[in-house]
Design a protein around this ligand. Sequence first.
Ligand code: AP5
Ligand code: MG
Length: 215
Amino acid sequence: MNLVMLGPPGAGKGTQATLLAEKLGIPHVASGDLFREALKEQTGLGLTAQSYMDRGELVPDEVTIAMVEERLARSDCDGGVILDGFPRTIEQAGALKRLLHDQGKVIDAAIFIDAAEDELVRRLSSRWTCRNCQAIYNVISNPPSEEGRCDICGGELYQRADDVPETVRNRIRVYRQQTSPLIDYYRDEGLLVTIKSEGGIERVQQKILEALQIT
Ligand code: AP5
Ligand code: MG
């Protein structure tokens, strides 16, 4: 299965993609995580991305598409992939379609998760992320067993630099302008699955599994 997770910052794309990847036994490829890993390694890609990420702007399409293309070419994606945060523009969506087509593959569904803006800001200001494995926590709705430590790898938890309210508001603005047209794009392709992100993480996962008819 090749799935796309679509939705505003804080909707729960990463949280749900992680659970789905475990359930389906296929990789979770998150463009934001790839940029953050590149930044941790201080590569040219990471440093280029940082200036955009810090402002809550999108990294240019050609840079992003090349990075994701390289990741999708690896053999662990042969049996399917869950894309999180990519595509984010119509141009990226077109590139993804061509890329998969060249490999004899298609997108099976685009899962659009939505939530009200106040809820998005609330979630992101209480999110903590593992510096080592990028696992996602929330001090209110999904706290780690030990404060400041990742349950999975024991890594240090930190708050993302772009989770400050001003940058979050800009990310939401950018989402509305540049990414939300993908809702109609995938609806027109007959691939859109809309999920309301109310009711907690497990309930949302259940709704996604039901919509995709995964048992
Ligand atoms: P990226 O890392 O993709 O960030 P984002 O899209 O802004 O999304 P988030 O990761 O903030 O939210 P999420 O939906 O994954 O929510 P999460 O599951 O963590 O991108 C960062 C930057 O990289 C971009 O701004 C851009 O600069 C660049 N970039 C990345 N991809 C790009 C691309 N394709 N093109 C160009 N530039 C790109 O959940 C949020 C919190 O809520 C967590 O604490 C979680 O525990 C909690 N939570 C989740 N679900 C629920 C629930 N149902 N109820 C209660 N709490 C919940
Ligand atoms: Mg995310």
